[in-house]
Design a protein around this ligand. Sequence first.
Ligand SMILES: Cc1cc2nc3c(=O)[nH]c(=O)nc-3n(C[C@H](O)[C@H](O)[C@H](O)COP(=O)(O)OP(=O)(O)OC[C@H]3O[C@@H](n4cnc5c(N)ncnc54)[C@H](O)[C@@H]3O)c2cc1C
Length: 330
Amino acid sequence: MIDLTSYTTFGLPARTKELVKIQSVEELTSLHERLRSEQPPYYILGHGANVIFRGDFPGLVIRFAGEYLSIEDHGDHTILVASAAYDWCDFVETACYQGWGLECLAGIPGTVGAAPIQNIGAYGAEVKDTLRCVRSYDLLEGTFHERGPEELEFGYRDSLFKHTLRQRELIYEVEFRVEHSCLDRGRFLRLGYQENELHGLSPLRIYDRVLKIRGEKLPDVEQIGSAGSFFKNPVVPTELAEGLLEMYPSMPTYPAEDGHVKLSAAWLLDTDGWKGHRKGDAGVWHLQPLVLINHGKASVEEVLALSEAIQTSVRQHFGIELEREVNLVG
Ligand SMILES: Cc1cc2nc3c(=O)[nH]c(=O)nc-3n(C[C@H](O)[C@H](O)[C@H](O)COP(=O)(O)OP(=O)(O)OC[C@H]3O[C@@H](n4cnc5c(N)ncnc54)[C@H](O)[C@@H]3O)c2cc1C
């Protein structure tokens, strides 16, 4: 068995029967042959920044490992094509030298290939905004696919890859477009800039600001195990939000679609007293209660028990069901 502890950012103990590293697109066809003939259980893994294995995995953990990046200047915009294995943080830094679009997504741990899966987002930006197409391989059918954002049903932390394409298609390459001029600098006000500062901004300055803000609020995955936000922000019917606002007038709310309102899961957990909570070696980050952490030797059971206690408490106090953002395997 192969130890997977260091293959996820949470650092929880788990092993797998086999770890398969795919170095090139050409190797995908032989992987398909093998999956078809042996039919083993398998799981596609990036950098493991959003994954918890419940225990030992009885099959193949598959990682696309071939790294490449191409950059093409088109006058008013640049096209970047990155392989799935490319480190997301490095990719965003490179993209910020080329143009506008990805700067708010700086510092999100993981790979380029995983970014479309849950349509990663931060500070009002989502990966769908700059993504041009996703190239993937159907591991069961042995077929190649290319899809634009309009086909991928992107939503809040959601895409087709979390539904019908889940664990079926492996993303091997993603194409992005960044713009050479920024048409909407006003959106950076939420990063703390003043109106009079907006004109002199560049993607790299925003990138640095985002890294600084994230560094002040989130645990460093090199030091403290976590998977980022453990829960999604709940999207609830307007009537429920209005009822809560009568009791908690300062509760933040954000517009959502179809008579719904998005609430801040961090606010709910903070108000419910979870910030800094610790049970055994599983804990809640003291600066951002949405982030559950591993104090060192946490077990999967400890982390899941803590997450369930939080869900129960939020259900009892606010009548809201928190949905997990982290992918549980097994
Ligand atoms: C400290 C911290 C902060 C974070 N902040 C944010 C944030 O601000 N915004 C945000 O949206 N997320 C955030 N996350 C979550 C995480 O960074 C993202 O979900 C990231 O995209 C995960 O990338 P990964 O390569 O580690 O994917 P993994 O965790 O390895 O996999 C995630 C999912 O994608 C699938 N997958 C991975 N690669 C592929 C592929 N090539 N083809 C098909 N399926 C694949 C996996 O099967 C799994 O279901 C944070 C996480 C941490 C630890």
